[in-house]
Design a protein around this ligand. Structure first.
Ligand code: NCD
Length: 305
């Protein structure tokens, strides 16, 4: 197994499949009364969150605790980061405390890669700027495989604010590795420059893509990362790229609807679609814990044996 998980591209098909299979075993634990395994007893996992997060932070914390690791939660607010301490000095502090794994979310793309050069433990990227979010891609792949039985050959449409989405970037890489066919759909202003070089097709026309999709993954419109107008109005955006009940009928019967959360209900996804039986949004959150347990187990469990 690899030492760090910085990018979805760090995983080849065998390793990615091993993570998904291990996560399936971890998921069996969730149904038991005692949800804990002793695997990481005595090991320290630090959650280093420089950017807001609900699901990912709680999910990593639950995952580490279910493996009996000691968990230290560090958020930039209330720490010496607000006194101007650099990432490097924070890293040296973690190193001095003997962290076996550091889970980092940072607004700067590439921050986890820098951190990996300063600490001896494993570094897990929990989202860096607009760059990558590999564990999200793994939990998404896990959810698709659990619902549809396979990944190879699946047609996956990823829709909306691809430009600012680390979720889209990591999903394209991982799904390509696992044999799925991805189409990125959005207005031209929200598809990144150079997207032609990604292993995915692109389209500006959601209605044309839906009838052939096995999976449609809606992305949050990331208004906090936008300083210009990328589309005329919320209404216009929803009309062309939002998924509502009428549009959902264009999907094949078996197709599922995904969203990484947090959602802008009423913008990229309507409340009735988000809460429909075809939506896997709550499952994605539950699967996130099993997948992160698998990643921590595989990255840390193999060492010191
Ligand atoms: C995503 C993120 O933070 O990158 N959310 C998540 O981790 N579940 C997506 C987003 O913020 O839109």
């Amino acid at each position: 197994m690899i030492r760090h998980l910085l990018s979805a591209a760090d995983l080849d098909a065998d390793n990615a499949t091993l993570v998904l299979d291990t996560a399936a075993e971890m998921a069996n634990l969730a149904g038991r009364e005692v949800k804990k395994l002793p695997t990481l007893r005595g090991r320290t996992v630090v959650n280093l969150f420089y950017e807001d997060s609900t699901r990912t932070r709680i999910s990593f914390e639950a995952a580490a605790k279910r493996l009996s690791a000691d968990v230290i939660n560090f958020s930039a607010k209330g720490s010496s980061v607000s006194k101007g301490e650099s990432l490097k000095d924070t890293a040296l502090t973690l190193q001095a405390m003997g962290a076996d794994a550091v889970v980092i979310r940072h607004s700067a793309s590439g921050a986890p890669h820098r951190l990996a050069t300063w600490v001896d433990g494993s570094v897990l990227n929990a989202g860096d700027g607009t760059h990558e979010h590999p564990t999200q891609a793994l939990l998404d792949a896990y959810t698709m495989r659990a619902r549809l039985g396979r990944l190879d050959g699946l047609a996956v449409a990823i829709v909306g604010d691809v430009l600012h989405s680390r979720v889209a970037r990591s999903n394209v890489l991982l799904l390509h590795t696992l044999g799925a066919r991805v189409t990125l759909v959005g207005p031209p202003t929200l598809l990144p420059v150079g997207v032609d070089a990604w292993p995915a097709k692109t389209s500006y026309d959601l209605d044309a893509v839906l009838p052939d999709a096995d999976v449609v993954m809606m992305l949050r419109v990331q208004r906090e990362r936008m300083d210009d107008a990328y589309f005329p109005s919320v209404r216009e955006y929803s009309r062309r790229y939002g998924l509502d009940a009428v549009r959902m009928r264009k999907l094949p019967e078996h197709a599922i609807v995904m969203h990484p959360g947090p959602m802008n209900r009423g913008m990229e996804i309507s409340p009735d679609v988000a809460d429909s039986p075809r939506s896997t949004i709550v499952e994605q959150v539950a699967n996130g814990v099993s997948v992160r347990m698998a990643v921590l187990y595989l990255l840390l469990g193999g060492q010191h044996k």
